[in-house]
Design a protein around this ligand. Structure first.
Ligand SMILES: [Zn+2]
Length: 434
């Protein structure tokens, strides 16, 4: 039996996938060379003859594209006249202003295809009913992408949107979906809501969750605290997925849960060091992408800022594509601390695991000798000032170093952590001298 939306190329050998991507790269470069004001400029300035860039190995001869480029020259990235644009999306930029993305009809089809093959990777089929617990409007891409992908897959969708645990549970009881698409920390929230109201969530219709926005695993691919907490309470099958607007493609786990699979028809992915050279397997690298088949706003060697490991050994699911480990952090949030390199998510994972901590903020600043200092503002509902050593021991056990700790009332931290205006919770404050 052939599975729809399980691309043949993903089951080919890595050599075959490499050849396939070389051809796709040529197509992408030819298109940029004709249609993209930004890249035409770049090729001219750097005397790049795109016909000579004919394997992935030649990519290193092309400068990378950064978020700053996107922000300062946003319009020059658009390759089509205005009347071909169907959907506008924005993402947050690094300089404050958001970056606008223009999607054509063809781009929306590509997005739908990406999600159809990604859901298939996460064992989805036309028999599934997905409850969508993410925003579909507000200029976001994700919710729309999921809707289009589920439609293409022939599965069913209930668009509840984010938040409102009461409406989530009402929908689960009314429509009986078997799958949810949600941010992992929100799954914990709806579990808590169900427990408080005596809803028997374990016997509900939900069997699996496609998790977005936050990693579920540590870099050794075992579940992190968040993933473990969900699993202990509610034994759902969890699939992690990593994506961004710029990529217009996602890296989704299969049932093996050993990293998100690359879709070679849609994107070229590189893992780069600080000098923009490829890292070896086993080393941390910054995810850098070249989009394939994008018409409105294609990108070439775009540095996402996300740092992760990658794996090339074949997977039992039958896919031979590269897999990405969980994002260990953002490149610009990297902390050099007492001889080790840390990313904030590793600190969150430890703090999430200490039961008497009810809220926290990780602050990093430059100390008097000019190096990074970490100060954790711990909020607690009960008096815990004497637990400082406890907390430090947790850090030493996991990271071999312990940060500074300060205690605050829970409400004070909570107010900073969940600003009323923000779309996202705030856990990290960077006060380092640049
Ligand atoms: Zn797999």
């Amino acid at each position: 039996m052939t599975v729809p939306f399980f691309p043949k190329i993903e089951q080919e050998s890595s050599a075959e996938i490499f050849r396939y991507q070389n051809d796709k790269l040529q197509e992408a470069l030819s298109y940029l060379n004709v249609a993209s004001p930004f890249y035409k400029d770049m090729f001219r300035k750097h005397s790049i003859d795109v016909s000579k860039i004919n394997t992935l190995g030649h990519l290193v001869h092309i400068p990378v594209t950064t978020k700053v480029d996107l922000q300062t020259r946003n319009d020059d990235f658009v390759c089509v006249p205005k009347n071909k644009i169907i959907d506008y999306i924005t993402t947050s930029g690094t300089l404050g202003d958001p970056v606008t993305f223009a999607m054509t009809d063809k781009d929306l089809d590509r997005l739908a295809y990406n999600e159809a093959i990604s859901f298939t990777c996460a064992n989805g089929s036309d028999a599934d009913v997905y409850q969508l617990m993410t925003t579909i409007d507000r200029r976001f891409m994700a919710g729309l992408a999921y809707f289009l992908g589920i439609r293409k897959l022939g599965a069913s969708v209930v668009r509840v949107g984010n938040g409102i645990p009461e409406l989530q549970w009402d929908t689960i009881q009314r429509i009986k979906p078997n799958a949810i698409i949600a941010v992992p920390s929100f799954i914990l929230k709806i579990i808590e809501y169900a427990e408080q109201r005596g809803i028997d969530y374990k016997s509900s219709s939900i069997q699996k969750a496609v998790c977005i926005g936050e990693p579920l695993r540590k870099h050794d691919l075992t579940l992190n605290t968040l993933g473990r907490k969900i699993q202990e309470k509610w034994p759902l099958k969890l699939y992690s997925t990593y994506a961004s607007t710029e990529m217009g493609s996602s890296f989704t786990e299969c049932e093996e849960g050993i990293g998100g699979h690359h879709h070679p028809e849609l994107i070229i992915v590189e893992f780069l060091d600080d000098d923009n050279n490829p890292v070896k397997e086993g080393e941390l690298g910054e995810v850098t992408v070249t989009t394939l088949g994008v018409e409105g706003m294609p990108l070439l060697r775009f540095k996402t800022g996300d740092v992760c490991h990658h794996y090339t050994n074949p997977c039992h699911c039958g896919r031979n594509t590269i897999r990405l480990g969980p994002v260990v952090g953002r490149k610009n949030q990297m902390i050099k601390y007492k001889g080790t390199t840390l990313f904030p998510p590793a600190l969150y994972d430890i703090l999430d695991n200490i039961d008497f901590i009810s809220s926290y903020i990780v602050e990093v600043y430059t100390n008097e000798i000019g190096t990074d200092e970490i100060l954790i503002h711990v909020g607690s509902k009960a008096p815990v000032e004497d637990r400082e050593k406890d907390i430090k021991d947790h850090f030493r056990a996991k990271l071999r170093v312990a940060p500074l700790i300060t205690f605050k009332p829970h409400d004070e931290i909570s107010k900073i952590q969940f600003p009323e205006s923000g779309r996202k919770s705030l856990k990290f404050i960077d006060n380092r001298e640049k």
